[in-house]
Write a protein that binds this ligand. Sequence first.
Ligand SMILES: *Cc1c(COP(=O)(O)O)cnc(C)c1O
Length: 378
Amino acid sequence: MKFNTKAIHAGQAPEKTSGAVMPPVFQTSTFAQEAPGKHQGYDYARGGNPTRTALEKLIAGLEEADECACFSSGVGAMDAILKMFRPGDHVIAINDLYGGSYRLFKQVFEPFGIQFSFVDMTDLDEIRKAITDSTKLIWIETPTNPLLRIVDIEAIATLAREHDILTAVDNTFASPYLQQPLRLGVDMVMHSTTKYLGGHSDVIGGAVATSDPELIEKLRFQVKSSGAVPGPMDCYLTLRGIKTLAVRMERAVQNTAIIADYLVGHDKVGQVNYPGLESHPQHELAERQMSAPGAMISFSLKEDTQESAHKFMSRTRYFTLAESLGGVESLISHPSSMTHGAIPEEVRVKAGLKNSLIRLSVGIEDADDLVADLEQAF
Ligand SMILES: *Cc1c(COP(=O)(O)O)cnc(C)c1O
């Protein structure tokens, strides 16, 4: 089955008792047992629910994974991965990281004794230098947020395997439509399904997909024991969103290419970060690793101040000022005062995140209207 067909059919057989084409919302907390311990695969809905199972099978299908575990949020999914490790274990994470991931690592897990190094993963030597005897996990995000840098997933997965280190990719920004990290050799793929998979800015969720039976067992143990589980209605909404993932992504990518060209030619714009541009430092890698360069773009202003960025953003009409991304509607945000506010300024500036940097999540509106909106805001 190819991707577009899988998005509609993977794990989505009509429901057995009624023939319902969409999986019903199984709004129940428990399931009747024929005899103690004898049931139809579900006992108590923290552990599992058929609507959730349908979503898990669909995401596993799209990521070419054997299995997937769904969570109540993206950070809930990350939390379950990090809980596989123990005090003294060391994690190498990319330095250009989602702000909430940085907070989870530094403020939740570091006090419990897990150690983190944040490195520039565009340089494989930096990762090599950071590896210690205690390193257990390499945490990759690509394209990165908000600088849209691309790191070589396959090269990192190969390096990690030589040292017996697990790898996980936060694939939220690309979505499985653009990039399938398990095929490149990593152990786990994580999603904030809140973004492109859900696609309609109406539900929070997370997922981890893997083909390693030991890892899925550990994840399911966390689902049951820590309980960051998605409700059946949330699973249903996410399922419904995923069915149009391919057509949404196609349009959003087309729009973003047009906006990238427009921004590059604008005299008030400083740097434009978009993997689809030939000027992008990892343009060739992006072409190799992704089927298209995505629908996230960021740029700085020539007048590099927070104030000039704030002024610009207050004027856009179709680009709504909001955190998040990956929905059908275009959004605009200012990472250094919004999503990345949790990262200390010196860390932020060192990672190359300028004060005026503006991030766009390009939606599926008409490109002409989006460009006109940016033009009037300038
Ligand atoms: C949003 C996001 C998360 C966190 O997901 P939630 O669903 O908001 O908990 C993690 N990583 C990336 C790249 C994100 O964009």
